[in-house]
Design a protein around this ligand. Structure first.
Ligand code: NAD
Ligand code: LMR
Length: 329
């Protein structure tokens, strides 16, 4: 049977970059037929309908059906996978948290519609910013759906971190592993190189050889480059990242469904791991085993790293308080 995938904001930029790759089998594999539901607001329906026409013209062998709607109940009916992309993007000079009031109102009703209509194996990935807190809002509104089914995209940050590290080491990005993102998908995130490997070996000596003082390189170069990459893209291209965000979304869902052979990063519900308050959706190093994310436990975190994890988690706590104050939790 085909997998039903609901994409919100399907008429937007990331939606357009996602749809054709999903239809081509990049997300669920070359043997998995898909049914797509494109959920938009009325103003976005034309763009989503146009994309649906193009999907038809793509004659994708795996694409069984496409439906466009502005009704959340119809949009999430029978969904096995939901990609919550629909939200306003930030512009130059804004932080993602500035979108909290503008976008938070979208995710409660969508969480409730998911609880009412989606399939029992629903997996939700929130892309719309601020992604972690929007995922928390959706999960809280989805009564009866385990919070483990709600995740926030931080794979883009990890991909950025691996690419930067690969460039620094003169290595292939596919040889770089174990560079988890901790905390929020925001400028406070902590991309962590302390466990990183290149071609299976710790990066330690090679990294010292390339950058000298590793701590200084992390503080002055690597962490700001990765954590502020979203702003850099906005500055250079005039609008926020699109194709790389869509690609990371595909990586995230593919790994969630098909499993990982090593660590990756995802915003998942905390049960108190590494001192992150229970109930927050925070990015952690994770593995996907048998269709479930599990947090990689037992990693050593020194005081320097601890302070960075704590700062990002403190921001998540602040965002949770802010949406509580708005009555959205
Ligand atoms: P966009 O403006 O091009 O598209 C957003 C679409 O969402 C629009 O078509 C709009 O009509 C639709 N929409 C708005 N409210 C909706 C609702 N309630 N239901 C359904 N659809 C709705 O924006 P974009 O560039 O595609 O970015 C989308 C979001 O993704 C933004 O919030 C952006 O900041 C975020 N983003 C996140 C990451 C990440 O790594 N987590 C990366 C890039 C962008
Ligand atoms: C990104 O990281 O590129 C997105 O979250 C968009 C943004 O606002 O930075």
């Amino acid at each position: 049977m085909a997998t039903t995938i609901t994409i919100t904001g399907a008429g937007g930029q990331i939606g357009y970059a996602l749809l054709f790759r999903i239809a081509a089998g990049d997300m669920l594999g070359a043997d998995e037929p898909v049914r797509l539901r494109l959920l938009e607001i009325p103003q976005g329906l034309g763009a989503a309908e146009g994309a649906a026409l193009e999907l038809q013209d793509g004659a994708f062998p795996l694409l069984e059906h496409v439906e466009v709607t502005d009704d959340a109940a119809t949009g999430f009916e029978g969904a096995n996978i939901a990609l919550l992309v629909g939200a306003r993007p930030r512009g130059p000079g804004m932080e993602r948290a500035d979108l909290l009031a503008a976008n938070a109102g979208i995710f409660g009703p969508q969480g409730a519609a998911i609880a009412a209509r989606a399939a029992s194996d629903i997996r939700v990935t929130v892309v719309g910013n601020p992604a972690n807190t929007n995922a928390l809002i959706a999960a809280s509104a989805a009564e009866g759906v385990p919070a483990e089914r709600f995740t926030a995209l931080t794979r883009l940050d990890e991909n950025r971190a691996r690419a930067q590290l690969a460039q620094t080491l003169g290595a292939s990005v596919s040889d770089i592993r174990r560079v988890p993102i901790w905390g929020n998908h925001s400028a406070t995130q902590f991309p962590d190189t302390s466990h990183a490997t290149v071609a299976g070996a710790p990066v330690g000596a090679l990294l010292v050889d390339r950058v000298g003082d590793v701590r200084r390189w992390q503080e002055d170069t690597f962490i700001p480059r990765v954590a502020k990459r979203g702003a850099e893209i906005i500055e250079v291209r005039g609008s926020s990242s699109v194709a790389s965000a869509a690609s990371a979304t595909i990586d995230h869902v593919r790994d969630w469904v098909q499993g990982t052979d090593d660590w990756t990063s995802a915003g998942v519900i905390s049960h108190g791991e590494y001192g992150v308050p229970e109930g927050l959706i925070s990015s952690f190093p994770v593995r996907s085993v048998a269709g479930r994310w599990s947090i990689v436990e037992g990693l050593e975190i020194d005081d320097w790293a601890r302070a960075r994890v704590d700062a990002s988690v403190a921001e998540l706590v602040e965002e949770r308080e802010a949406v509580r104050a708005l009555g959205m939790l």
